[in-house]
Design a protein around this ligand. Structure first.
Ligand code: PNS
Length: 186
């Protein structure tokens, strides 16, 4: 199995899409570093320390012990490419959902390649169930007390509810009329 990869992002918070990507990376790489980017120009909902703690907790709960021991959770400041070099990683993983992700990722990958052509960016598609999920939309729905079941791991949902509160019954999961899909009771 190939070596080490870095999976960077804001993870504010981790979603089911991110978790899917971590699992996929573990199928290909022997070790994965989930690296939270610290951006002093942005005000995240969760502090860096909290995001590290939340991701570790979700991985402890969701991954098999053999997989868990192959994932490290870390944070970094500055250029991603410098962090990759410091960690002696020459592969960076990013997830792709829709075509709309492509332009941003293309720009970032091209810039990273200019900065260090030896570090390869690799893209993986998330499961189709996660195509529309982003941390941003999850936060918006949670802040408006909408149901976020199926979008984030349980522990993340609890933490979002702690931040924003919840409306009674919003979180009840039912089988909706769309075959096999889980919906939320209104
Ligand atoms: O989850 P996100 O917010 O889409 O992740 C973006 C991230 C953190 C991977 C990107 O902003 C990044 O690499 N930041 C570190 C700073 C950097 O290296 N910038 C140059 C690349 S354009």
């Amino acid at each position: 199995m190939a070596r080490l990869c870095i999976y960077p992002g804001s993870f504010d918070p981790l979603t089911n899409g991110h978790l899917d990507l971590i699992r996929r990376s573990l199928d290909v790489f022997s070790k994965v570093i989930v690296a939270i980017a610290v951006n002093s120009k942005k005000t995240p909902l969760f502090s860096t320390e909290k995001r590290v703690e939340m991701i570790k907790k979700v991985l402890d709960e969701e991954l098999a012990p053999e997989e868990r021991k192959r994932v490290k959770v870390d944070n970094f400041e500055g250029l991603l490419i410098d962090y990759a070099q410091k960690k002696k990683a020459n592969v960076i993983i990013r997830g792709l959902r829709a075509v709309s992700d492509f332009e941003y990722e293309f720009q970032m990958a091209s810039m990273n390649r200019k900065l260090n052509p030896k570090v390869e960016m690799m893209f993986m598609m998330t499961d189709e169930a996660n195509f529309y999920i982003s941390s941003q939309t999850v936060k918006e729905v949670a802040s408006l007390h909408g149901c976020i079941d199926g979008l984030v791991p349980k522990y993340i949902k609890q933490e979002l509810i702690k931040k924003y509160g919840s409306r009674q019954n919003d979180a009840t999961v039912i089988k909706s009329s769309t075959k096999g899909r889980k919906g939320c009771k209104k």
